[in-house]
Design a protein around this ligand. Structure first.
Ligand SMILES: *[C@@H]1O[C@H](CO)[C@@H](O)[C@H](O)[C@H]1NC(C)=O
Ligand SMILES: *[C@@H]1O[C@H](CO)[C@@H](O)[C@H](O)[C@H]1NC(C)=O
Length: 249
């Protein structure tokens, strides 16, 4: 694996910011990282097709799964993760969209991560399962600035840090919650900050926490004083917003 995600990351970040909601409506991913640019052989492609079919079939019931198909040098390893609150049918739709997008985003690449609001799909020819992936990362933020960044940043970090602790009590490595302490510039009233953290379930709870601590540490570079932000790695991700974004909130 030779991670070189940044040109692609930049391209998709730009798209996400420019097109905002409409991009999501046409089922474009939030981002795609093509991190292993080796030519895909027809055997690798066949193994990949089997892998994706298996993940599509098995993941929606529980929201997570890993799989591997074939033998070296054409073996492919993969995982899929749906956001902890997403229903099996929405998980299914998301994985289907991700599968359709892969050939468009990374037509000739053995290692790919595709991310949507509702799901994340990753595969590679190297066995990455059970290992913390911090080399493939993606940032997203809301362009709106908060009026009181120092307090807001502190509250955001406290909320996400608390949720990262909650992971030890969460068998599916997903935790969400809310906190007070956000003053809406428009409504001039106290608002609520909503957050979530999640890891791929091939990690132990302590590796999940390690991964989350690492990406929470990137708050100043990803989303300083922004009304919403996310850091998404191949193994863990967080999101916070000043509006409810999970189903059931
Ligand atoms: C992929 O194949 C093309 C055409 O055969 C070749 O030019 C290119 O160098 C190959 N790329 C890699 C990464 O092996
Ligand atoms: C937020 O602040 C940055 C840096 O000061 C500025 O460039 C940007 O235009 C602001 N965004 C909005 C939506 O006002």
């Amino acid at each position: 694996m030779s991670p070189s995600p940044f040109s692609f990351a930049t391209a998709f970040l730009f798209a996400a910011l420019v097109f905002g909601k409409s991009a999501a409506e046409v089922a474009s991913p939030l981002f795609g990282l093509c991190f292993n640019p080796e030519n895909v052989t027809s055997l690798y492609q066949a193994n990949l097709d089997n892998l994706l079919a298996s993940l599509y079939k098995n993941v929606p019931a529980t929201g997570f799964g890993t799989h591997s198909v074939g033998r070296y040098p054409n073996q492919v390893y993969g995982l899929a993760l749906c956001r902890g609150d997403v229903s099996p049918s929405d998980c299914s739709t998301c994985l289907s969209n991700a599968r359709d997008e892969i050939p468009k985003i990374c037509p000739n690449d053995q290692g790919v991560i595709v991310g949507y609001d509702n799901c994340l799909l990753k595969f590679d020819d190297a066995d990455f399962l059970g290992k913390i992936d911090l080399s493939n990362r993606f940032y997203l933020y809301n362009v709106n600035n908060v009026t009181n960044p120092a307090v807001f940043n502190k509250n955001t970090r406290e909320l996400l840090t608390k949720l990262a602790e909650d992971i030890y009590m969460a068998p599916n490595l997903f935790a969400s919650g809310e906190a007070k302490g956000y003053t809406s510039p428009l409504k001039k009233k106290k608002g609520v900050l909503y957050g979530m953290v999640q890891c791929t379930r091939d990690l132990s709870a302590s590796d999940c926490k390690k991964c989350l601590d690492e990406i929470i540490g990137e708050l100043p570079s990803c989303c300083d004083g922004k009304e919403g932000g996310r850091v998404i790695s191949g193994s863990c991700n967080f999101r916070y917003e000043v509006y409810p974004f999970l189903s059931g909130n």
